[in-house]
Structures are given as C-alpha cells and as structure tokens.
Design a protein around this ligand. Structure first.
Ligand SMILES: CC(C)(COP(=O)(O)OP(=O)(O)OC[C@H]1O[C@@H](n2cnc3c(N)ncnc32)[C@H](O)[C@@H]1OP(=O)(O)O)[C@@H](O)C(=O)NCCC(=O)NCCS
Length: 179
C-alpha cells in the first residue's frame, strides 16, 4: 500500500486545540453511537485542556484505572492541519484486550470515510508500534465491520480466532512486525 504523503500521525497535544474542536464538532453524535466516546474525548472549549492532560497521563501510565494499560492517542493530520482520524495504541495487552480490543483502535471522521484513510491510519500506527518494540500486534473487529476487517487484512493481518461478545461476533487478527 502506498502512503499518502500529505498525512502524518501526531501525538495528541494542546497545540491542536482548534483542529481537534473542529473534528469533534463533526463526530460528536457518531462517537456516541459507535462507543468511541470512551476513548476519544468529546471535548469542548472548557474541557479540552483537561481531556488532553488525561490522554497524556494515560500515555505515561499515571492515574490509570485498574483494568487499563498505558495507551497513546495519535491524530491523523493532513497538511494544512485538519484532523482526519484518531488512532489509539495500547502499549501492551491485558486479559480483556486479548479477548476484545487488541493493541490498536482507529476512527475516521464520517465525511472522510471510504477514501483510503482507514488503510493509511493503521499503516502509520504500525510504525509507531515498532517504536514501542512490539513484535506482533493484535487487532480485533466485529465480523460485520467489513471496512475494518479489510483494513486489517490489507495491512497483513492473519486471522486468529473469533468469539461472541454481547451477541456480536468479534474476530481477532495478528500482524507480525518484521524488525
Ligand atoms: C472502519 C473505518 C475506520 C474505515 O475507515 P475508512 O477510511 O472508510 O477506510 P478505507 O477508506 O481505508 O477503506 C478500507 C476498506 O474498506 C472498504 N470499504 C470502505 N467502506 C466500505 C463500505 N461501506 N462497505 C464495504 N467496504 C467498504 C474499502 O473499499 C477499503 O477496501 P480496499 O482497500 O481493500 O479496497 C471507519 O468506517 C470508522 O471510523 N468507523 C467507526 C470506527 C470503527 O469501526 N473503527 C474500527 C473498529 S475495529
């Protein structure tokens, strides 16, 4: 897959306040519907800074809830500064993430879907996983989430197993990261 050169991942940071609030203004309802509001804060002018500080704490493992592992939140930034999507990388797995969740979760803003950005965001996230010295990465997705399962397979995902979770069939894939 060829990477789009106008795109990069940046760590969530207060300097992107305007860009992030613009992103949220489009995604607010969709984030709630897709339950991504649990990992992508629906910030406003007042809460933004505090929300980003929480993301930074999650990255460095400070004040983590018992069942959470450290995770980094990156924004997919287009030249010109628009945020196209978000990707969350968990630094390690626990039992819950092994069952469902895996190392990586990604989200593309609704108006930019089906343009190849999903493929790109995972590809860029895998480079960051190498920086974390991960040798293989677990991805999970609902069996009926066709775009997501294509993204995983396009990035080298090998099917591992499937289970039922709350009436949904979820599938697990591993992606090997060569040194
Ligand atoms: C899943 C999601 C990230 C896909 O992002 P996207 O930018 O639309 O993905 P892409 O444009 O890169 O498309 C990925 C693949 O899915 C296919 N696809 C996209 N939309 C599709 C649709 N509605 N139906 C069938 N296939 C579709 C594309 O053709 C592409 O396949 P290909 O590269 O093999 O041709 C996006 O829909 C999203 O953010 N959904 C909500 C969050 C979510 O489900 N995250 C994943 C959790 S596991």
């Amino acid at each position: 897959m060829r990477l789009m050169s106008n795109l990069r991942l940046v760590l969530s940071d207060v300097k992107y306040k305007n860009e992030y609030l613009d992103f949220i203004s489009e995604c607010r309802e969709d984030l709630k519907e897709t339950f991504f509001d649990s990992v992508i804060p629906i910030s406003d002018e007042e809460t933004f800074e505090n929300d980003i500080n929480k993301l930074i704490n999650m990255r460095i493992g400070k004040d983590l809830p018992d069942t959470w592992v450290p995770q980094s939140t990156y924004w997919l930034l287009e030249n010109g500064g628009r945020i196209i999507g978000v990707v969350i990388i968990r630094h390690k797995l626990n039992e819950r993430l092994r069952f469902r969740g895996g190392h990586i979760a990604y989200y593309i803003r609704p108006s930019e879907r089906n343009k190849g950005y999903g493929n790109q965001i995972l590809s860029l996230a895998l480079e960051r996983c190498r920086d974390l010295n991960l040798q293989r990465v677990l991805l999970t997705c609902r069996k009926d989430n066709i775009p997501s399962s294509r993204i995983i397979k396009n990035n080298g995902g090998q099917f591992d197993s499937e289970d039922i979770d709350n009436t949904q069939v979820i599938q697990r894939y591993w992606i090997e990261l060569p040194e």
